[in-house]
Write a protein that binds this ligand. Structure first.
Ligand code: PLP
Length: 366
């Protein structure tokens, strides 16, 4: 749906008249947490039917005015992405695979009947925000500037059809470690709810999927677990993913397995990166099906030695314990496993610019 004119869009820049003071910013950066603090600026780009993308602005972060009839508020026409800017070992700033986020954003846009954003424009918007707010990138292990590009339907119309107006926005949030407990391994609850059904929106990164995952996630927390894991909708047998992270299983012979992308699983960029890194390590990695029963049996017999979840926000997180209505089982020693730690280290050292980037995954910001 993008027009040729979109490619040469000119950004206007308005610097914040009253940015946070250096003291305020330093206080945030010393202990950023996750998702609660934001940088001074934001990017907005408008889309209107017939005109395409226009009015690209890097400006002060501020509330947005929406008509109460805006379709996003009623029918949830919304998609988003998540990626990080990292301080590199040499002091420069880099993004990790932003082109992959741009491509996935457009896949999500297609599924939600929204206009696609030219990939170069998506990446440029992010780069401009990171540049203007480069003082907001925390340093140190596990720290980054988390970027949240998203698109909403802004047309005031209550009829049910794709909207004719959209707003693309990017905001930035300094981030420390995702799991504030710093727990060495998470405990997960197997939900009776399902996240995604065949033909549904499971492979799209849309807010609606998350809205539907809140009750299952709250149930997991109330039962004393950290996260929820979803099984497939049809047979309630096959392991799919967590609410916002993909899963990997590690076996005693050193092979890895991750659920195949069948349309009900979000195609994680962390998942894909680890797939490539593990294969380069000479490991055998399969994409396939794995059932809850098999998982339990293999963990009990010792055939399965590690399980980890992965995603941009929490990177690589070991799973220590799995519970459902029938009981619980422990993975390996219940703590972080060796291969999990090794793969995480491989990935993080590339993201930090400490290891060679042989894949062209790192995009430095001038
Ligand atoms: C974003 C997301 C992931 C992880 O994707 P990354 O690209 O690795 O951050 C996994 N599952 C769901 C449901 C997600 O929304």
């Amino acid at each position: 749906m993008a027009t040729l004119a979109d490619a040469g869009l000119i950004f206007s820049t308005q610097t914040h008249p009253m940015p946070a003071s250096a003291e305020q910013r330093d206080a945030v950066l010393a202990n950023p947490g996750f998702g609660t603090h934001f940088s001074d600026h934001m990017v907005t780009i408008e889309w209107t039917e017939g005109e395409g993308w226009h009015d690209a602005v890097v400006g002060p972060r501020q509330p947005i005015a929406l008509d109460p009839a805006a379709s996003v508020l009623h029918y949830a026409q919304e998609i988003f992405e998540g990626l990080k800017a990292y301080k590199q070992a040499d002091g420069s700033i880099a993004l990790f695979r932003p082109e992959a986020n741009a491509a996935r954003f457009n896949q999500s846009a297609q599924r939600l009947a929204m206009p696609e954003l030219p990939e170069a424009l998506f990446v440029e918007a992010i780069e401009r925000l990171v540049k203007i707010d480069s003082d907001w990138i925390p340093a140190g292990e596990g720290a980054s500037l988390y970027l949240r590009p998203f698109m909403i339907a802004t047309e005031a119309f209550l009829g049910v059809r794709p909207a004719k107006r959209y707003k693309f926005i990017v905001i930035a949030s300094p981030a420390g470690n995702y799991f504030k407990s710093g727990a060495p391994a998470v405990s997960i609850w197997v939900s009776d709810y399902t996240r995604a059904a065949p033909g549904g929106t499971g492979a799209a990164k849309c807010g609606g999927n998350y809205a539907a995952s809140l009750v299952p996630q709250a149930e997991a927390i109330s039962r004393g677990h950290d996260q929820v894991v979803f099984l497939d909708a049809a047979e309630h047998k096959w392991i799919e993913e967590l609410g916002g992270m993909n899963l990997y299983f590690v076996f005693e012979d050193g092979t890895l397995l991750t659920p195949a992308l069948t349309g009900t699983i979000l195609p994680g960029i962390t998942r894909d990166s680890l797939l490539q890194l593990a294969r380069e390590e000479g490991l055998k990695v399969e994409e396939g099906k794995y059932s809850l029963d098999q998982w339990r049996d293999d963990a009990t017999s010792g055939k399965l030695v590690e399980t980890f979840a992965c995603g941009t926000a929490a990177v690589v997180t070991p799973v220590g314990k799995v519970s459902d209505r029938d009981g619980a089982f422990t993975i390996g020693s219940g703590g972080p496993g060796q291969l999990t730690a090794k793969l995480k280290n491989r990935l993080v050292s590339i993201q930090r610019g400490e290891a060679a980037d042989s894949h062209g995954w790192i995009r430095k910001i001038a």
